[in-house]
Design a protein around this ligand. Structure first.
Ligand code: AR6
Length: 173
């Protein structure tokens, strides 16, 4: 299957997506927050936070650009992959590389847990203020590179919540 056929674009609430894994735009504490993080914990229930707490006890949170995996609780997905996007700071602190790492590390974690389908939100483009156009380009490029190098993932779904992101992804995909 061609790479283009493995990429899907949706305007939706990611908590409703039935994929093997959905990705959460978390923070380094892994203990929840607002935006998509808040929505995932609210809809998925307390089992997600309980597993996050165990990860925190074991490794002390999650660094920017890295990813961890938990149950998806009551969500239709099997797993939640929590990754921590960079806070945008004028691009002076390797934000682009760190955002690309979020996508790469989430994809590897999905592969290592036998996931075939994975849904991403627009990481860092909310509270963390990463410019949306640049974030979309990094997301699409990183996913395409990954899909061209590995065969284990059958479908990557970009789930946009706002019209602006949806439009940007539409032109890129
Ligand atoms: N489904 C899909 N996308 C969503 C949803 C949803 N239900 N809700 C929001 N978005 P943000 P960040 C989109 O702020 O910028 C949290 O407090 C939203 O439109 O959730 O990475 C964490 O705990 C935006 O495009 O994440 C961190 O502290 C995108 O999700 C911090 O925010 C990301 O916006 C992370 O900030």
């Amino acid at each position: 299957m061609s790479i283009e056929n493995k990429i899907e674009l949706l305007k939706a609430d990611i908590t409703k997506i039935k994929a093997d894994a959905i990705v959460n735009a978390a923070n380094t504490s892994l203990l929840g927050g607002g935006g998509v993080d808040g929505a995932i914990h609210r809809a998925g229930g307390p089992d997600i936070l309980e597993e996050c707490r165990k990860i925190v006890a074991r490794q002390g949170g999650c660094k920017t650009g890295e990813a961890v995996i938990t149950t998806a609780g009551r969500l239709p997905a099997k797993y939640v992959i929590h990754t921590v996007g960079p806070v945008w700071n004028d691009g002076k602190y390797q934000e682009e590389e760190k955002l690309a790492n979020c996508y790469k590390n989430s994809l590897w974690l999905a592969v290592n847990n036998n996931c075939k389908t994975i849904a991403f939100p627009n990481i860092s483009t909310g509270v963390y203020r990463f410019p949306k156009k640049e974030a979309a380009r990094i997301a699409v490029d990183t996913v395409k590179d990954f899909l061209s190098e590995t065969n284990q993932i059958e479908k990557v779904i970009f789930v946009c919540f706002d019209e602006e992101n949806y439009g940007l992804y539409e032109t890129l995909i």
